[in-house]
Design a protein around this ligand. Structure first.
Ligand code: ZN
Length: 435
């Protein structure tokens, strides 16, 4: 019961109370919340208590910037409830194995973040935090308000009791485990007929094929892409299959609920939940450094994400004062690295430039480009395209042009058949080595 009240309270807050006329008012609110939050965290977290001996509590920008590695290395001291890392891992891993996600540690939900980068991350959320999260999610994502009836189908790699909290009388929530083949879900989906379909792009792509072939009959009012980068070509395919003007996105990771798509189709940062500092890597691209002023159990303060975001230049028609993002381009460590043609230095090439080499060369939509070493690229396409010499020549030409433009030594390019490993996040552009 308390949970439901908290969700409703949070819903009202994010839906109706937090309305900002201009950036100034928003920033004033953020600063006030951050100061309250820092006071709480410094009192409870050993990590920040130690740091604060030399820092001024009033100045967020003097706090150290942390990342996943630092967060995990200092897990026990950083969280405010003294949750032990080994015990939390044990619980999270056994939940994943048994596909039962109900158990808690010290009353706290423990989740595992995907380990694509080699480091598995842990996230902690109290019941109150889960309720605030659910309320904010409903406020921003439900098309008709909380009192309408909804049927939500949610595909994900692992369930967590984080998502169990959002069940209610009006909202029927159906979880589809991504570890099971999608074809086995067709009947269940056709029977359930969801109004809202939430899934990573790799699932939405498969469902689009099933929808186009007529096997899948669902007509969701809203489709929300989560957990992976939504590529433009994939987005178009999903739109076409489901006859939608907009494919919505929720940019949500273990570090919080960071952004959502408004009704005009623009991604806006949830600046009523997080403050974002931008570390620019070129004119429009930046790495976000986030401070979430709602997360008390596992504080996220000046946390540098491994994502590249792109600024949106034009103002959004919806009128929101929240930061607008053109897109989430991909992970920073998926940028390709080549040798400079004239020196020993390296040249970094962002994922979008690699994508364009494929898209400019042909009509290919199903592809993966993997950099295996500084001088080795593997391009995965389907069998028919692989057999077509002109496709391969065009792609190689695009890479050649790019190498001249950016002055790097062109790698050896090999073509292989496409392989998408199930259970893994789909990354069309991926770098498999570290410098
Ligand atoms: Zn907007």
């Amino acid at each position: 019961m308390l949970e439901k009240i908290l969700i409703l309270k949070s819903y009202i807050k994010y839906k109706y109370l937090l309305k900002f006329k201009d950036r100034q008012k928003l920033e004033k609110y953020q600063n006030k919340r951050i100061m309250q939050h820092l006071r709480y965290v410094v009192g409870k977290s050993e990590f920040y208590k130690n740091l604060y001996k030399g820092y001024n509590l009033e100045e967020l920008n003097k706090m150290p910037i942390i990342n996943k590695q630092i967060m995990m290395d200092n897990f026990n001291e950083l969280n405010t409830l003294g949750v032990n890392k080994e015990k939390a891992f044990e619980l999270a891993i056994s939940s994943e194995k048994s596909r039962e996600f109900q158990e808690k540690l010290k009353g706290i939900t423990v989740g595992l973040s995907s380990g694509t980068s080699g480091h598995r991350g842990l996230f902690l959320a109290s019941d109150a935090e889960k309720s605030v999260w659910a309320g904010a999610m409903f406020a921003k994502m439900l098309p008709k308000g909380i009192s309408s009836k909804y049927k939500i189908a949610f595909f994900m790699r692992a369930d967590s009791n984080l998502y169990q909290s959002v069940k209610s009388k009006n909202i029927e929530f159906n979880f589809f485990d991504m570890m099971i083949k999608i074809d086995d879900y067709i009947d269940r989906l056709n029977e359930f007929m969801p109004d809202i379909l939430i899934a990573p792009p790799q699932v939405l792509i498969k469902l689009s094929d099933l929808r186009t072939s007529g096997l899948l009959k669902v007509i969701p009012e809203k489709i929300i892409s989560v957990a992976e980068v939504l590529e433009k070509t994939d987005e178009e395919k999903i739109k076409k299959a489901f006859k939608k003007e907009i494919i919505h996105q929720v940019y949500q990771c273990t570090e919080g609920f960071l952004a959502y798509t408004c009704e005009c189709g623009t991604l806006h940062i949830n600046e009523d939940i997080v403050k974002i500092e931008k570390e620019y890597i070129d004119k429009n691209r930046f790495i976000p450094i986030i401070t979430d002023f709602t997360r008390k159990t596992q504080p996220i303060i000046r946390y540098r994400l491994n994502d590249i975001l792109v600024d949106k230049q034009e103002k959004c028609m919806c009128g929101s004062v929240y930061m607008a993002i053109d897109k989430i381009e991909g992970r920073e460590d998926d940028s390709f690295i080549f040798k400079n043609e004239d020196s020993d230095e390296f040249v970094t090439v962002y994922p979008d430039f690699i994508r364009r080499c494929i898209l400019y060369a042909s009509d290919i939509t199903e592809y993966r480009v993997i950099q295996l070493a500084v001088n080795k690229i593997e391009i995965q396409i389907n069998e028919v395209e692989k057999a077509d010499e002109s496709v391969k020549i065009n792609i190689k030409n695009e890479f050649y042009k790019l190498s001249k433009m950016m002055n790097f030594e062109l790698s050896q390019i090999n073509f292989e058949s496409i392989r998408v490993e199930s259970g893994k996040k789909l990354r069309r552009v991926e770098r498999k080595f570290k410098i």
